[in-house]
Ligand binder design. Structure first.
Ligand code: FAD
Length: 372
């Protein structure tokens, strides 16, 4: 992966409106900050290479390199990425009483990671109004408090950088697909820092079609509800096409047509719906409320799931073929849309080719995705 500096990061990502607010460039130096969803460089920095650029999921992400790192083989372009098995899953008896987004599989896996000793702490995203606020928590209460989807981009990787700088290690991190890509890149110690220590034990990825800016989501929510606090947000799987806001007294549905204009440009070039670089990925199941789809990708993920099931944290079931087919189709459609958008903006590159690119995939893989 080509490593350039903060100047190129600003030119290629911030100035082009591609920043997704993941925070991968924040808390590494005094220059980059994230304030209420917006990432900026406060003072000029003249370094010609930096971790800010190397970690960013919107600069020079070579999908073949990521695939070699995580799976030990070249990227093939399969719709939901590489996996060992896909199951239905939900929180088990040991998690009774939590208020989860879907089946609670993510919270259950985090709890199991702490209880088994696989991780020392968990990095979750709590609500701060319409904003997502990342936090490191070290007990079940913290995991349960962080449950539920926040549809605003959360600077998860900024919090990971901050915690790592303070000595945190062996974290179980919940990440959207862009954040999971940044995490793989940062775990490679791309600038070969002698004092580097890997802060991550396991990454639990979330399926994600988009995450909007917290500021814009806040404005939309205020338009609908005034100052009434939102208790829960949901974008149910198709055929529903709504954002559901729940307060203490009512439930309001906003058509997704009003949300779509808020989708950041950086999401429109993201070819990853299922967090392909995570150890485990979790999403909703169409027509099966109370259950999640769980994609098990790596040995670390497999071990955690086995332990969680054995100890009653997680329950697993069969994924219906039809449901898996829908997931494959939705995921490949996201790839096609991203390839079209990236090509239109000259942001798609081939591995090793000259010039700068947001991401790189070989022509044969691009062809395969397009023909699926
Ligand atoms: C922005 C966004 C878009 C999504 N889009 C889809 C989609 O298109 N299709 C689909 O099937 N599923 C999508 N999901 C995932 C889905 O909403 C559930 O998070 C997932 O199914 C896990 O359910 P659960 O019951 O296990 O979650 P829970 O056990 O309630 O845990 C949810 C976990 O997600 C973390 N989290 C919440 N918001 C964020 C955030 N913004 N960034 C990082 N971590 C966060 C929480 O801290 C918590 O640990 C999306 C989630 C988000 C946050």
């Amino acid at each position: 992966m080509k490593v350039l500096g903060p100047k190129e990061l600003i030119e290629d990502v911030v100035a082009k409106g591609l920043c997704v607010g993941c925070g991968a460039c924040v808390n590494l130096c005094p220059y980059f900050v994230n304030y209420r969803g917006k990432t900026s460089m406060t003072f000029p920095c003249t370094r010609d290479s930096g971790r800010c650029h190397a970690h960013c999921p919107k600069t020079e992400v070579d999908w073949h390199v990521l695939s070699e790192i995580v799976f030990g083989e070249p990227y093939r372009g399969s719709p939901i990425g590489e996996y060992r098995r896909v199951t239905a899953a939900k929180a088990g008896a040991k998690m009774a009483g939590g208020s989860f987004q879907g089946g609670g599989a993510v919270s259950a896996l985090l709890a199991a990671a702490l209880a088994s000793g696989a991780a020392e702490a968990a990095l979750v995203t709590r609500s701060d109004g319409a904003f997502g606020e990342p936090a490191v928590v070290s007990d079940l209460a913290g995991i349960v408090e962080g449950a539920g989807s926040k549809y605003a981009a959360s600077p998860v990787v900024a919090e990971l950088n901050r915690a790592a700088g303070k000595g945190a290690r062996r974290l179980a991190v919940v990440a959207t697909p862009c954040q999971a890509a940044a995490i793989v890149q940062l775990r490679q110690n791309p600038l070969e820092k002698p004092d580097f220590a890997d802060p991550v034990a396991v990454t639990i990825g979330l399926f994600c079609t988009f995450a909007v800016s917290g500021r814009e989501l806040e404005a939309l929510v205020r338009e609908e509800l005034g100052e009434e606090p939102v208790r829960r947000m949901d974008i149910p799987p198709p055929p529903a096409k709504v954002l559901v806001l729940e307060t203490d007294t009512r439930k309001v549905e906003i058509p997704l047509d009003r949300v779509r204009p808020l989708i950041p440009k950086g999401c429109s070039i993201c070819p990853d719906m299922t967090a392909e670089w995570a150890d485990l990925s979790v999403g909703m199941v169409e027509g099966c409320p109370g259950w999640n789809t769980l994609v098990i990708r790596t040995q670390a993920g497999d071990d955690l799931v086995d332990w969680a099931v054995k100890e009653g944290y997680l329950e697993i079931g069969k994924v219906e073929c039809e449901s898996l087919d829908h997931l494959m189709e939705a995921s490949n459609n996201k790839k096609k849309r991203a390839l079209d958008a990236a090509e239109a903006e000259c942001l798609l590159g081939s591995p090793g080719a000259e010039g700068r690119a947001a991401f790189r995939m070989s022509a044969s893989v691009v062809e395969r995705i397009r023909s699926n």
